[in-house]
Structure formats: C-alpha cells, structure tokens
Design a protein around this ligand. Structure first.
Ligand code: NOJ
Length: 765
C-alpha cells in the first residue's frame, strides 16, 4: 500500500467514525478525493475492462493491457475474473498508481457462481420469491469469497418472443412477476439494509431498457414500442429494482425511439434517475458505446460524448470515454461537470462497498471453504426441485420404482449441459446428470445416447463449438458426431425394447440459447425428434425430460409422449432434483412464466395481449375476417401460469369483501378456497388476474396482479386471501399518468391464466 492509499484509508475510517451522517461523510470524502484528481484520472474511473482471461487463474504481467492502463490511471474496474490471487495483484497495482483508487471487480454471476442455480427462466417458474432471494444470497456469498463485489444481475428484461435466446436469462413475459423477482434478487445480492457487508455485492440491473423486445426475437435488434406500452408492459421490473435500492444498471444494446438505449436520455435520465429516483451508477453493456457508431449516430467521439451526457457513468470495453472525453472537454462537447457527475457515481459505489477503508475487503482469500459446499448445493437442489414444470402426465408419473427403465438421449448423461448459459465459473463437469440421478433410484437403469443433436454434423459443429473457437481457437475439439445417427438410434432401440418405460432426455444444448442464440424454428432439434419418433414406434411408454432455455413448440410431443417434464437448465443439482420428481420424492410445483406456442409463427405470444376489434377465442377454428390464423389456433399449447403436479387442486368461488371500491383509497379482500384433492402433500401457486372492462385506453385481456405459493397437506383446504387496492388496478393512461379509472373490473383467480373463476368489482369515485 503506498502512502497515498494509507492516507485515503485512514481518512475513510476517520470519516466513518465521525459524527457526520454516512451520506455527508461520503460526500465530503469524495469531494476531497476528487479535488485532488486530474481530469484524466477522473475519466479513468469511468472505464471498465474485461480481464484478459475470462475466469481462469492468471499471473499479472506487464503485457496485460489492463496493467498498462492502470499504471496510467485509466481504469476504474475489471470484470470477468474471480481469482483472488489475480485480483489482489491487480488491486495493488491500482493502489500504487495514479490517484491510488481501488478497482471495483464485476462478474457475470447470473444464476449462482461455482454452485450453479437453475437458469433465471427456470427459477421464475418456481414462483417462490424467498427461494429466489436465497439463490441470489448464496451466489453473493460465493462470488465475494472469490473477490467479486459487483454482479451483472438481475436480468429483468420482459420477453414475449421465444425466438430470442436470452429469454433464458430473465423472468419471463409478465411485468408484475418480473418486478417481484427483481426485488427478491436485489435483496439477495445487496442484503436488506444500505450496508454492503463482505459477503454482499452490488447488483447491476440489466439490460436497461427493453432489450427483451428485440424485433422478431433477433438478438440486438431494434425495439419498436410506444411509451405507454413500455410503461405498462415492460418497465415495471426495472422500476421495482430501483425501488429496492439496486446500486447500478447496465444500459442495453438496442435502440428505443430511434436513439440507442446507451445514449437515451429519456430512459436513463428522465425515467430512471428523475422519475424513479435512482442514484447509483449506470454502466454500458460491453462495447455498447462503440456499437453506436454502427447504429449510425456518429464517430466514437460523438457517441461517447452523447452517452455520457445522456447518463452513462461507466464505459464497458469500448474505450470511448478514455480515448475521446479529454478532447470533447476541450471542444466543449461535454463539460467537466458531466465527468464529475459520472466520476462521483463510481466513487460512491466504491465507498459504499467499503473499498476506501479496505481495498482488500473482498480479497482476503480466507473464505474459500464457503464455496461449493453442502449448504450451497442444498440451495441449488431446493431451487432445482421447485423449478421444474410438469407439462403433461397421463398417469405414468411418478414412477413406481420397480420398472425397468431405459434412459435415452444426448442430454441424459451430459453433466456440463445441465448448467445453461452464463455459468462460466461453474464446476460444470460435476453437475449431477439425469442418468446419475435416476440410477440413485433405479441402479439397473440402462443408458443410450440415442442421437446426435442435429442431423447435419457441420451445423452441429458450428453451433456447439462456435464460442470456443472464437475465444480459444487452438483448443482441440472432438468431432461433433462421434457416431453416426443410425448407429445411435439402433442402440437406443435395443435398450428401449428391454425396458418397461423410456425416459427420453432431449432438447436444447446450452449453445442454442442465451446471448447471440436466436432461433427461427424453436422445435426440438431434428436428430432428437427423429429419435423420439423411433422410440414412439416401439410402443413403450415415454417420459420426455426436456432440457431447454426457452419455450419450444411441442405439439407432436404433447400428442405422443406419456409425460413431459420441462426441466430447463437446473444447474449443479439438476439430475438429483429431476430424478426425485420423476420418482415422486418431490411433487412438481413449477408453473410456466412464458407461453409455449403450437407454432413458431404465433410468436411473439404472450397471455397479457390486447383485444382487437375483431377478437377470436383462443382455441376456436379459423374464421374469415376475424383476428386469427388460417393454420393454427391463437392460443398457446401451454399457457402462462400452467403446470401440473401429482395432485389436483380444486378452486372454489372467488369472494370479494365488497363489490365496490373507491378509486382513491380503500381496499378489497379477495379470497378463494383451494383444496388439495390428491394424496400427496404439495405446493400450489394461486394466481390473481384482473381485466378492466372499459378504460380510457385499451388494456390487456388479463393482467397478473398477485400470486401466492401455498403449501398443502394431502386433502387439505386453505382459504387464500389477497388484498386489492386501487394501486393494483392502476395503469399508465394515454397521457402517461398512473391512474386507477372508475368502472368495472373482472377479478379472477385460478391455477393458470386460462383457467380462472371471477367476480366483478366496481371502482367508484
Ligand atoms: C454482454 C451481455 O449482454 C451482458 O449481459 C453481460 O453482462 C456483459 N456482456 C458482460 O459480460
């Protein structure tokens, strides 16, 4: 530690102990620090770089481009490395250089860290906010033990189009549910109070904003929506995260209203900061500033200046700020005040993390034994159990335990495919495979790979290895097809013939979803579909265990499989949790948070759509001159909120404590009796939707406004009561005012959005 750092540290601790409020302590501390910084050093704080190697343990060398920048005082943070030794070295260089300001260390900790939790889309299907919070808490503990103090999560983009690969990373299609998840995740990462302790991290809410609305589901694509639509349909999760105190936001790649989000002052300044009161910092997505040149806005200097002025505080990987802002100050394109604003935000975050008091707060290296422990795996197991959605069951599940089972499919014995996208710090190879989980219940289960992923080997090679080739071109890679499809299917059929039941494990490999993985045809890939058809021809019952990061078209599977269990990517404990559901040790309780279409041509497909002037019932056949398709119904194969369990739940009539409510205050109790008719204990998510019959603007046919996941003993009846207030009925009207309008509302409760019972509530003055 150099003298300057010691002075800063002593000053920081003195300030922390002083009688000033923490806020004023921070302000005066930063005032004094910034008073000593040069313009270049301030701009340096606005620069974030990826570590040269994405996770692996590395030695810091002078060839490392970041070291050079650090020595010049031109780097404020690093992301993508979770190796305490590396981070210690690089932190020391930061302290010894320029203004001696510690670095912030970020990382894509999206669903767990070394212990992998289910992908966010899967987690959302648990509808269990305490559990979601616990997964984030666990991830924060592990990440901080690896030196990370800032995570690029939660990803809260509402996504209505299953072609978009990044639907895997978020909480689905509903803004209300998305908002609840956003709050839970922020609490899990940052804790309940303003203090950030050494096992908590700063959250980074992304991708701000509207990244999930990319046209045609094609990644990075244009967003074409009006303000009323975004405020009602998309912005709630970002807003709830701000209310929960999220420390930072990441601006997104897409444009909105003809202006890239990363230089969009309506989104960042007007809405996020001024209207919602967010006072943390905004970082761009990786290279987003440089990409604004491709958007056709101007050269790097122009787009950097505009991004700063619109509200960006930190530039990730574009070098736009460090390369151009000094010049822009000279030319008057930005002011020193703009730079001071951004620099202050970054220093505030570092102060809040306690890095001025102890730059090595997260780098003690004493907590390695807190990573990948029985406790962290227990959380992953619980989350994996609750994040599975039983889509179909003709009674074959749960398995009895005495059947001869053939486990077949390319995802059956494939531990590293259980983690899903964004799990670069995971011990992927250690994940419990589906086969290993099943063999805990049925040691004699036979296995066959059964098929390749795709019939076309070249295509499979491209999909599977594209990323590895990009980042590590010299890595030796196996052939995409180790065996021809015909040999794999023949082996599968011989195993199938000797079994009483087939468990077919197919779906998407991780490379098929996540970033840069949009699909125009969202079916089970062809080779695996061919396998399923061959297995079907044996006449044996088939349980389809589906691995996927998005809704798929499963019309044929629904007609031909005996059961379908959607298991997404469940992480470290995937195989154990899946097998425990298959054998009835765990009663499935997940419910969809995205609609599953019959046909990709229905996309974007979402339950909370508007009516047209010529509406058509969801499952009615084609009719001329109404709003429908000739060749497919309007409705989904599996709707939002849907998911079976091994019980059935009977819902009683919906009761309101009053049939009228004033629009300005007051509340109404809405209750329903729910009975677990089955013989197993279970959990049921009771969902409340509203529909405004007449409004001054058009409104969705249904809107989720409350839900509760309830435990039921076998045979038990519980009364579930929700309190509804005018706030729950409010929306942004045509003039973008948040209003509760007078009139009649359907208040509906049920097990999913298509199976509801209702009552009418009148909102009066
Ligand atoms: C790009 C992705 O869009 C974002 O989600 C991620 O956090 C950053 N890269 C950093 O890896």
């Amino acid at each position: 530690m150099n003298l300057r750092t010691i002075v800063i540290s002593v000053a920081a601790s003195t300030l922390a102990l002083s009688s000033c409020t923490p806020k004023s302590g921070m302000d005066s501390y930063i005032d004094s620090l910034m008073g000593k910084m040069t313009l270049e050093q301030k701009i340096g704080q606005l620069n974030l770089h990826s570590a040269p190697g994405f996770v692996s343990a590395m030695k810091v060398t002078e060839e490392d481009g970041n070291v050079k920048l650090l020595r010049e005082g031109r780097l404020g943070g690093i992301y993508g490395n979770g190796d305490v030794q590396y981070l210690r070295q690089i932190q020391q260089i930061a302290l010894d250089s320029g203004a001696g300001i510690p670095l912030i260390f970020g990382m894509d900790v999206i669903h767990g860290h070394e212990t992998v939790m289910p992908i966010p889309l899967a987690l959302s299907t648990s509808w269990n906010m305490e559990l979601i919070e616990k997964t984030a808490r666990t991830a924060a503990k592990e990440a901080t033990a690896c030196g990370i103090n800032w995570v690029f999560s939660p990803m809260v983009d509402v996504a209505r189009d299953a072609r978009w690969g990044r639907i895997a990373e978020g909480g689905g299609e509903d803004p209300y549910l998305g908002g609840e998840i956003a709050k839970a995740m922020v609490r899990g990462y940052q804790g309940d109070d303003a203090e950030i302790s050494d096992d908590e991290v700063l959250a980074c809410v992304k991708h701000y904003a509207l990244y999930g609305a990319a046209e045609a589901g094609r990644d990075y694509n244009t967003v074409n929506l009006g303000r009323q639509e975004i405020l009602n349909g998309y912005m709630r999760p970002y807003h709830e995260a701000a209310k929960a105190g999220a420390a930072s936001y990441m601006s997104s790649f897409n444009e909105f209203e003809g202006v890239p989000a990363t230089m969009n002052s309506y989104l960042m300044d007007e809405l996020l900061r001024r209207s919602w009161g967010f006072n943390g910092f905004i970082v761009t997505d990786a290279t987003a500033i440089a990409e604004e040149v491709n958007h056709g806005i101007g050269d790097l200097q122009e787009v950097s200046a505009r991004s700063l002025k619109a509200g960006v505080d930190m530039d990730m990987n574009s070098d736009g700020f460090i390369e151009t802002l000094v010049q822009s100050v000279k030319e008057g394109r930005v002011s020193e005040k703009d730079i001071d604003r951004a620099c202050r935000k970054i220093l505030e975050a570092k102060y809040r993390l306690g890095l001025f008091e102890d730059p090595f707060k997260y780098l003690k290296g004493e907590r390695a034994n807190e990573i990948y422990t029985p406790e962290t795996k227990a959380v992953a197991y619980e989350a994996a159990c609750e994040s599975q959605v039983l889509l179909k069951n003709d009674g074959i599940l749960p398995l009895k335990g005495n059947e001869r089972v053939a486990v077949i499919g390319p995802l059956a014995d494939n531990p590293s495919e259980m983690t899903g996208c964004w799990s670069m710090s995971s011990k992927a190879g250690d994940c419990a495979s589906i086969l290993s989980g099943i063999r805990r219940h049925c040691p004699g289960a036979t296995y066959s790979q059964g098929s390749n992923i795709f019939l076309d080997e070249q295509f499979e090679d491209k999909v599977k290895y594209g990323l590895i080739r990009m980042f590590s071109p010299s890595t030796p890679l196996p052939k995409a097809h180790a065996l021809p499809q015909s040999a794999l299917v023949a082996d599968a059929l011989s195993k199938a013939r000797g079994a009483d039941v087939i468990v077919a494990c197919v779906g998407e490999i991780t490379a098929l979803n996540g970033e840069g993985a949009s699909r125009a045809d969202i079916c089970i890939p062809d080779a695996q579909k061919e396998l399923l058809r061959s297995l079907k021809a044996t006449g044996k019952p088939i349980v389809l265990v589906l691995t996927t990061g998005r809704p798929l078209t499963l019309g044929w599977e629904n007609d031909n499989m005996n059961a379908i269990l959607c298991t997404w990517n469940l992480g470290t404990e995937a195989g154990n949790a899946i097998a425990d559901v298959l054998y009835g040790k765990v009663n499935p309780s997940g419910k969809l948070t995205t609609s599953f279409p019959y046909h990709v041509g229905q996309e974007p497909l979402y339950y909370n759509h508007k009516n047209t002037g010529r509406p058509h019932p969801d499952y009615a056949p084609y009719q001329k001159f109404v709003s429908c398709y000739i060749d497919v119904v309007n409705g989904p194969l599996y709707p939002f909120g849907y998911g079976l369990s091994y019980n059935s739940y009977k819902y009683g009539e919906v009761k309101l404590s009053s049939t009228e409510m004033p629009s300005t205050d007051g509340s109404v109790q809405v209750s329903v009796d729910v009975n677990n008719e089955g013989k197993m204990d279970g959990k049921e998510t009771v969902q409340l939707y509203i529909h405004a019959k007449y409004s001054s603007s058009t409104r969705p046919v249904k809107e989720l406004k409350a839900f509760r996941k309830v435990d039921f003993k076998a045979g038990e009846t519980k009364t579930v009561t929700f309190t509804l207030t005018p706030e729950d009925l409010s929306y942004y009207d045509h003039d973008l005012r948040w209003v509760c309008e007078k009139g009649e509302y359907d208040i509906m409760i049920g097990p999913n959005c298509n199976d509801l019972k209702g009552s009418t509530l009148k909102v009066v003055r």
